[in-house]
Design a protein around this ligand. Structure first.
Ligand code: ATP
Ligand code: MG
Length: 443
C-alpha cells in the first residue's frame, strides 16, 4: 500500500546548489528551452522554475546518444556531471555534461512564437494571444515573479503592522466608486454589480479588526481603450482604524513601499537584473496639495482646461517636478476636491470644498488613491443625500457607521500599474498575466 507521508523528496538539483556538486553526477528536471546543435556536440538549455541551466551533450561524456525526438519544449529528466565553466567576465558558472536524457513528455507542435530567445520579439497583441506559451520566456515570466514580490512585500509588511488579511465578496449590491464603469450582472433575474473595489467591506471590518488588507481582483468597465486601464486588475487595499490624521495612511503606504523595494532588491535580484528594473530608493516622500500642484501645472503647461482634476500630462509633469525638486520617484498629492472624490471620503473640516484624501504618483502616474473616510453616521447620510444617493439602498453599508466606527481611512494600490512603472513599460497589459480589456477576454 502507498503510504502518504507529507514529505516531498527533492528529485531535481537546483542550479544554485551546483557549486556544491562539482565533479558529481546530479539529476535535474525541466523543459528543454533551447538546443544549439554544433554537429559533434550540442548545448541544451534547460528551463526550471526560475533558472536556465546550460547542459552540454557530447558522445564523449557517456553512451547516451541524442535523438531527433529531443526538441524544444520537451519535459525531461537529465542526468549529468556538474563541471565549472569559464565565462567571459571571469565569473563562476557551472554546466552539466549530459549522461542521459529521459523524456517525460513530448510537445505535439512547435510553439507559434519563438520563446527561446532573450526576449519574445513580436507585437504585444500576438504575445498576449499566446500567453500560455510566451510566459515561458524567462523575461516574460520574470515580470510576474516581480509582481509576486510586490504582493508578498505588501502582505508581509502589513502583517508585521498588525493587519488582518480579508476577502470581500466580488458580487455586490452596489458599486463603491460611482461613475459609469461598473459591470452589471444578471443574478437570477436581479441586477447586481461586480466589485469596483472592496471599499464598503473593508470599512465594515475596521470596527472588527482595526486594520485589514486585501489583495484581490476588482472590475471596472472602462469604456476607453487606454494604455493604463484594464477591466479586471489586482487591487492591493488596506484600511486602518484609530488614525490621528490621514497622514497616518500615507506613512503606512510609504513603509510598505520601502519594504517592497528592499524585498525586490534582495529576494528578487535575479529578476530585477534580468529586466534591468530600476528599483527606486525611497527616503521620505514629498507631499503637495492639489491646489498648489494645479497652480504649478497651470504655470508650466499650456491649454489646461479642467481645473478639478489632472490630465495625464499634468501628472507626468508633476512626476518630473518631484524628481527635480526632491529627487523622488514618488509624490503624494493631497486635498483633492470634494466633488471629485467618492461619497465615503471625509471632507476637510477647515475647507469642506476639499477632502482629506490623496493620490500617490509614481514616476508621474497615479498608482494609489486613498484618504480618510467618514465614520459618523449622520455625516455620511447627509453627504449621500447631498450627492443625490438614497441612503436606504446602503442600509447594510451604513451599519458600520450606525453602530459605531473609529476614525479610519485606507487606500487602493493597483498592482499592474505599479509593476508597469517599476519596469518602465508603456502599456499596462505587459504587466498583466492574462489581461482583460475592452477587446480581450482570452486566453
Ligand atoms: P484613473 O484615474 O487612473 O482611472 P481611478 O482614480 O479611477 O484611476 P481609483 O478608484 O482611485 O482609480 O483606484 C485606485 C488605484 O487602482 C489607481 O490608483 C490605480 O493604480 C488602480 N486602477 C484604477 N483603475 C484601474 C484600471 N482600470 N486598470 C488598472 N489599474 C487601475
Ligand atoms: Mg484614483
Amino acid at each position: 500500500m502507498q503510504e502518504i507521508t507529507g514529505v516531498i523528496s527533492q528529485t531535481s538539483t537546483p542550479y544554485s546548489e551546483f557549486k556544491n556538486h562539482v565533479g558529481e553526477v546530479v539529476t535535474i528536471k525541466g523543459a528543454i528551452h533551447n538546443i544549439r546543435d554544433m554537429s559533434d556536440f550540442a548545448f541544451i538549455i534547460v528551463r526550471t522554475a526560475r533558472e536556465l541551466i546550460q547542459c552540454v551533450y557530447s558522445p564523449e561524456f557517456s553512451d547516451y546518444r541524442l535523438t531527433a525526438e529531443v526538441t524544444e519544449q520537451c519535459s525531461a529528466k537529465i542526468t549529468g556531471k556538474v563541471v565549472k565553466s569559464e565565462t567571459r567576465d571571469g565569473s563562476e558558472r557551472f554546466e552539466l555534461q549530459i549522461h542521459n536524457i529521459e523524456l517525460l513528455s513530448v510537445p505535439a507542435a512547435i510553439p507559434p512564437v519563438v520563446i527561446s530567445k532573450k526576449q519574445v520579439n513580436c507585437e504585444l497583441s500576438v504575445n498576449l494571444d499566446y500567453r500560455p506559451v510566451t510566459l515561458r520566456n524567462p523575461k516574460e515570466r520574470a515580470i510576474f515573479k516581480i509582481q509576486e514580490g510586490i504582493q508578498r512585500g505588501f502582505r508581509e509588511f502589513l502583517q508585521s503592522q498588525g493587519f488582518t488579511e480579508i476577502h470581500s465578496p466580488k458580487i455586490n449590491f452596489a458599486g463603491a466608486e460611482g461613475g459609469t464603469n461598473v459591470f452589471k450582472l444578471d443574478y437570477f433575474g436581479k441586477t447586481v454589480f461586480l466589485a469596483q473595489s472592496p471599499q464598503l467591506y473593508k470599512q465594515a471590518l475596521v470596527p472588527v479588526y482595526e486594520r485589514v488588507f486585501e489583495i484581490a481582483p476588482v472590475f471596472r468597465a472602462e469604456h476607453h481603450d487606454t494604455s493604463r486601464h484594464l477591466n479586471e486588475y489586482i487591487s492591493m487595499d488596506f484600511e486602518m482604524g484609530f488614525i490621528d490624521s490621514f497622514y497616518d495612511i500615507m506613512n503606512m503606504e510609504t513603509g510598505a513601499l520601502k519594504y517592497i523595494m528592499q524585498l525586490l532588491k534582495t529576494e528578487y535580484a535575479p529578476e530585477v537584473e534580468l529586466l534591468k528594473a530600476e528599483i527606486p530608493e525611497i527616503g521620505t516622500i514629498p507631499c503637495v496639495k492639489f491646489k498648489d500642484a494645479k497652480e504649478l501645472c497651470v504655470k508650466k503647461l499650456k491649454n489646461i482646461t479642467d481645473m478639478k482634476d489632472f490630465e495625464p500630462e499634468e501628472e507626468a509633469f508633476l512626476g518630473k517636478w518631484a524628481k527635480q525638486q526632491f529627487n523622488s520617484d514618488f509624490l503624494f498629492v493631497t486635498h483633492y476636491l470634494s466633488k471629485k472624490r467618492p461619497f465615503y471620503t471625509m471632507d476637510d473640516p477647515e475647507d469642506p470644498e476639499v477632502t482629506l484624501s490623496f493620490d500617490l504618483l509614481f514616476r508621474g502616474i497615479e498608482i494609489t488613491s486613498g484618504g480618510q473616510r467618514i465614520h459618523d453616521y449622520n455625516m455620511q447620510v447627509e453627504k449621500m443625500k447631498k450627492l443625490g444617493m438614497n441612503p436606504d439602498e446602503f442600509e447594510t453599508y451604513l451599519m458600520l457607521h450606525k453602530y459605531g466606527a473609529p476614525p479610519h481611512g485606507g487606500l487602493g494600490l493597483g498592482l499592474e500599474r505599479l509593476t508597469m512603472h517599476l519596469l518602465g513599460f508603456k502599456n499596462v497589459r505587459q504587466a498583466a498575466m492574462f489581461p482583460r480589456d475592452i477587446n480581450r477576454v482570452t486566453p
